[in-house]
Each structure stands twice: as structure tokens, then as C-alpha cells.
Design a protein around this ligand. Sequence first.
Ligand code: AMP
Length: 304
Amino acid sequence: MSVLVVGSVALDTIETPFGAVENVLGGSATYIAVAASYFTSPIRLVGVVGGDFPQQGISFLEDRHIDLTGLQVIKDGKTFRWSGRYHYDLNERDTLSTELNVFEKFEPKILEKNRKSRYVCLGNIDPILQRKVLDQTENPRVIICDTMNYWIERKSRDLLETLKLINVVILNDSEARLLSKEPNLIKAARVIRAMGPSIVIIKKGEHGALLLTEQVVFSAPAYPMENIFDPTGAGDAFAGGFAGWLARTDDITEENLKRAVIYGSTLASFCVEKFGVEGLSDLTYLQIQDRFREFRELSRFEED
Ligand code: AMP
């Protein structure tokens, strides 16, 4: 099943206590598309880059068989750039700079051939743009939407309009509290479900993730990582793994949603093991399956 992915395609400069990289391939759409590409095809990426975007970046995405016909290239513009520095506690991150560049005037255009995509994954971008994407799609089966505190604080009315149109929202714990104005995450999810999405996923960083539907509260463990080099893109890799698995199976029963959450967590765990998208560059389906099974063992116990 096809997945339409919309979001930022970026050149990131990242500093963590373990090293630094400059102008490497990044962006929410990039991480989502690459993670999803391990499960299904076609993955259709919609975004914008400038004339300075390296051919290496294009080749990397093409090697993952990601359809780039929806990627706009503004020849005389500069690619979106983001720079961040992580603290010794990798949960803490300072954004050092955000240069929107070509992203500032980004108008997502969904090509005729991509409008019927059955799964749509909206990366963390302006909720107005997310809605413009949905205006151009034709009856997707599942719409998954990522967001962040920036949009909750600055464009809450627009975000509320977008939330009415989607099926799955993915956010982290502090964003869920901010959006719902409710400190308890179970209650927060109920408030958010009333805003539109019937499925709410709350990521809790190194403490795993919660899946909440009308019937189910499922708590996924976090993978006990010894070597985290760069948390950038973990949330997007989660969304990509989740969307990719759902699209591969085209099954949105609650049992399969739980599996999708574990595949999302699996891809996020690979992502943080290396800098930038490198952790997602060279996986095999067998490696993914092995780690998926390790997740199951993590919280399996015998009654007596
Ligand atoms: P995450 O670590 O999941 O927050 O994702 C990090 C990615 O988001 C990086 O690759 C950045 O290029 C991208 N990013 C950072 N800020 C923004 C923004 N304001 N809009 C869109 N993408 C962004």
C-alpha cells in the first residue's frame, strides 16, 4: 500500500556529547519516508529543497526506492537548515538555528498520481499546510499526523481544525499535556480523542509509548539502549515505522495497531544509534524483525 509523506527535507547540523556533524540529510519527511520504506512501497515524499541540496541526499532517498516526483526543487533557493545541540542528558536539546529558506513559501502540491494514496503521514509542519495536503488527497484510509509544541502554542486554532480531519495523532508527553491542558496522560488522550483523532499515540522518550483508542490502553516498552549517539529524528522514525507497518498490512485492528507501535519503536531505536539518518541507512528486514521480537521479550513474564 502506498504512503504519502509530507514534511521538511533539511540539512541538519547536530552536536551531541558524542560528536558533531554538519549539513547532513535530515528533516521530518526524510526520517518518516526512510523508516517507512523498510515496510512498503511506494513511499511518495512531498517536500521542497533548494538548488544547494546535495545529489548525495537525492541518491540516498532513491536508493531506498522513495518516489521523489513530489519533491520540489527551487533552483535559486536554499534548503531548509536546522541546527541543534543536545545536552549530556540527551532528552534536553537546544535549537541553535532554524533557517526556513525555501520552506518559508512551501505550498505542498500533490501530483494527480499521488492523490489516491491510501495512507497519508503528515510530518510536523504548519497545520495549515497539513490541511492543504488533505484538501488534495482523495479518501485516504488512514491519516497520521505528527505535531509539536511550536504549533500547539502558536497555531492552536489551525491545529484543532487539522485534528478534526485525521485518524491518528502522534505527540510526546509534554505536547499531549499542553494540547489537552490535562496533566494525566490517560485523561489527556481522552481529551485529544474528543478533538478528532480516534487513535492517540503518546511518546515518552526513553520510557516507551502509549497507544490509546476507545477500547485500548497499550503501553509499549522502550528499548534499553546502551549507545545513543543522536536522538534527532527518533520521533519521525517512529511515525515512519508505524505508518509503514500499517500500510504493509492494511490492517487497523487494535492488535495490529499495537504491532505498529512496536515497529515504530524499533525504527526509532535504530535511528538513535548513529548520527542523522545513518542509523536508518542500511538495515535488513531480518534485523528489524529481531529487534521487534526483543521488544516482545522485554515485557513478557510468566504468571507463575
Ligand atoms: P525530531 O528530532 O523528531 O524533532 O526531528 C528533527 C528533524 O526535524 C530535523 O531533521 C530537522 O531538520 C526537522 N525540523 C526541526 N525544526 C523544524 C521545523 N520548525 N519545521 C520542520 N522541520 C523541522
